[in-house]
Structure formats: C-alpha cells, structure tokens
Design a protein around this ligand. Sequence first.
Ligand code: NAI
Length: 467
Amino acid sequence: MAEQHFDVVIIGGGPAGYGAALYGASAGLKVALAENDKVGGTCLHRGCIPAKELLETAAIVRTIQHAGDFGVEVEGKAVDWGRTLERKQEVIDRLAGGVTQLLKGRKVDVFDATASLGPDHSVTLASSSGETAVISGDAIILASGSRPRTIPGFEPDGVRVVTSDEFFHIPQVPMNAVVIGGGAIGCEFASTLADLGSSVTILEALPKILPGCDQDVARTVQQSFKRRGIEVRTGVSVTGHTPGSTGTTVHLDGGESLETNLVVVSVGRVPNTDGLLLPGTAVGISERGHIEVDEGYHTAEPSVWAIGDVIDTPQLAHVGFAEAIVVIKDILGENPAPVDNSRVPWAIYCHPEVAFAGHSEASAKEAGIDVVTSKHRFSGNSRAMILGQTEGLVKVIARKNDDGTAGQVLGVHMVGPWVTEQLSGGYLAVNWEATVDEVAAFIQPHPSLTELFGETMLSMTGRSLHG
Ligand code: NAI
C-alpha cells in the first residue's frame, strides 16, 4: 500500500526530470521527484555546466595571450587551478540552489532516495540510510539519465584515467593528456586542456572527429586544433595502458605507445537502468540498454513515460527539457507534438564553437534530397575582425527548387566565435520551414557576428552585399 499518492512521480532529477517537475507543478499538478544524488543531474554537476565554466577559463587565457594585439600588456599570466575549480563550483552551487528553490517554491516533494518502479504505478524509495517507502502516481516519468561509457582496460581511477565524472576534480592541469574519443565531450575537454597549457592528443576511432557534424565544420575545428598544437589522430584504436609513476603509457593497435600524464575517456554514454525496474511492469529495455518508448515517450506500461538520456534520443539537456514539456502536456491531455529529433539545436563549446540544426550536406544527400549549399567565412565579418576571432564559417543547406534556386532551409551549420549564441535564427528558420528568400529579408544588426548568417542567406538568393 502506497504511503503517498501523487499526480506524477518522476524518477531522476536531471534536466529531463526536474524540468518535468517544474513544468508539471507550474500547471498545478502534485509532483514527487526522486533523486539519489543531487538535483540538477549530470548536466549541472558533471556535464554541461562545469564543462562550459572551465572553457570560459580557457577563453580568458586565450584573450590574455592575444591582449598584446589590442595594445594591452598583461603580466602574471599563470592559471591558479585551485581558484578555477572553486569558481566552477560556485557557479554550480548557485544554479543548484536556484533549482532547489524553484522546486520548493512550486511545492514539488523531492525525495532523497533511489527509486524503483514496481507494478501498478508503485515506486519504492530506498534512502542511503536504509529506510524504504512506497509512493505512487497516476503518471510516472522515468528520467534516470546516463553515465560515461568506459572501455575495457581503461577503468577510471580519477588520477591517470578519468571520464567526465572525474575530469572536473583533477588536482592539476596535466603537462600532457590523451583524449580517447573525438566527439562533443572529447573536443570540449581537449580544447580546455590545450588552452590551459597541456599538450593534447585526441585518439578517434572513426575517420574524423565530431562525427555528427557537417564535414566543413568538423574540418574547421580539426584545422584550428592543429594550429593550437592539439594532435588529432583518426582511425586509431587503443588496446590498453600501463600505469607508471607520473602517468601511464597508452597502447595503440599496431604496437605504438604514447606516454601521458592523463587519459580522458570520452567515448559516449550509457543509459542508467540498473535497479530501476522491479518485476511486474511492462517497461521494455532495448539491446543497447535504453528504455523503449514510442514517438510520444510512452513506455509499454500504461501511463509510464521515459525521457532524457535514458531513452534513445539526442543526449542533450535541452532535448530533455523539451521532452519533459511534451510529456507533461500529454498527461494534461493537451495532445502535444513530439520533438523532431532531426531538427534540434546542437551546441559544442570547444574553441572554435560549433552549433547547428537540421540536415548537414551529407545527411541531406543521403536522404536523397537535391540541395543548394552556401558557406561564408567569418574572415570577412567586421565584428569577428574586431574581436580578433575570424576563424570559422556559416553554412546553409537548402532544398533545390525545380528552377535550380535555393528554397526551404534544411540545415544551418556554424563554427566560430559565439556561434552557440548565434544559432537561434538558423534554428527557427529550419523549424519554421522558412525559405531562403524569407530569411534573407530579415535584418541583422551591423556590425554583428550574425550578419554572416544573413549574408549567407542573402547570397543564396543570387544577389549579395558583402558575401
Ligand atoms: P559522442 O558519441 O559524441 O562521441 C564519442 C566519440 O568517441 C565518437 O567520435 C566515437 O567514434 C569515438 N569512440 C568510441 N569508441 C572509441 C574508442 N574505443 N577509441 C577511440 N574513439 C572512440 O560521445 P561523447 O563525446 O562522450 O558525448 C556523449 C553525449 O553527450 C553525446 O550524445 C553528446 O552529443 C552529448 N554531449 C553534448 C555536448 C554539447 O552539446 N555541448 C557536450 C557534451 C556531450
């Protein structure tokens, strides 16, 4: 017999889970949220937020390095890593406090416990002190998130081998580092470490880094990394490592070895489902370990939904928020449209930054769509010149009209200064299914970085100003 009954019980307090709690409570639902670590989840405590915070320290180091170009001489440029970590924690703590206050203000019951779903919408809560309780809900949302994938032979020890779980606590910036996996996390960590003075090598199994990105974007990042001394080795596999006194030796397939102070493993993430489901529910788990859901995030058990990294959708905090809103609207009977995963915004905060939404040139062609593309570089953009950051480009992929002109905007891909803050225009164009002509008529401020987006669109109409 359940001790308390709620409209909605949510398991997992990361962006998807706490997003559902806040949005549901704001709609008047009585919500319970179970979290066995800290509310805020991976994103806030060991993911998006600390990664971007450390990247900001890296950006400041770069700014200081180039201060002389602006006639500003700076002395005493050493990084105080202890202070860097402290500031990162201050940002996390303030945000965590904010989320906790919001949940409290909306009267969400937060349970500090490990939750498991049983039959008939019962949720068993086990606290770390050994107490158990059972609650229930008319609706259940599973949002238990994911954890770093590891590779056999590279189990993290927090000293020589780390994943993103341990990276944010390393005691010092290593002299050199090997980053295994050149995806979003690997490129962000490699970029941070290189700017802070490490000598970094990325080992990527595939033929290119940032495999999900348009090839012009990935190439721009790779060239920039090379200029900054980051060695990118693609098509490489690792077989193991041999720890030494100050680091370890990484062994590559083919016999080569690399000595390093730190190995960062960033080879993807796996869903958290261990202990989540008690016998007696119809919730299914796929071969790859995700909770199986339909387009509207329903599991096979009636009135049980799953959202966030535990399902097989883009592993992005903002996608978790969006899924949370869809599910709460569904619970409220509002018949929401599901998230279109092919058009969500992606943002990778390495230097140079990457942001995109919609088809890449390759994915559009693979889908059999006839396209027109255009790319323009920040090297001619006035604001980029003023900033001293002219690396990068904007690339637009549009459907080719029957007369050969550019029609509907299918994809917008950016790499360069502050592009994560510039993507919104491109995201809207793609998702509103706007045409190039329509977007080209919108005005961008001058001088601004977003002018490059406007110029790229304008040039696709067959006429242009600067582009
Ligand atoms: P990922 O899937 O983006 O990249 C992993 C990379 O590791 C791939 O390029 C893969 O080919 C490579 N790899 C796999 N096994 C390997 C091996 N044994 N040796 C060498 N390379 C190997 O995963 P990542 O970077 O760990 O990120 C996890 C998730 O978090 C992703 O879905 C990512 O999009 C998301 N994320 C998003 C961020 C953002 O939007 N800013 C930031 C960080 C993560």
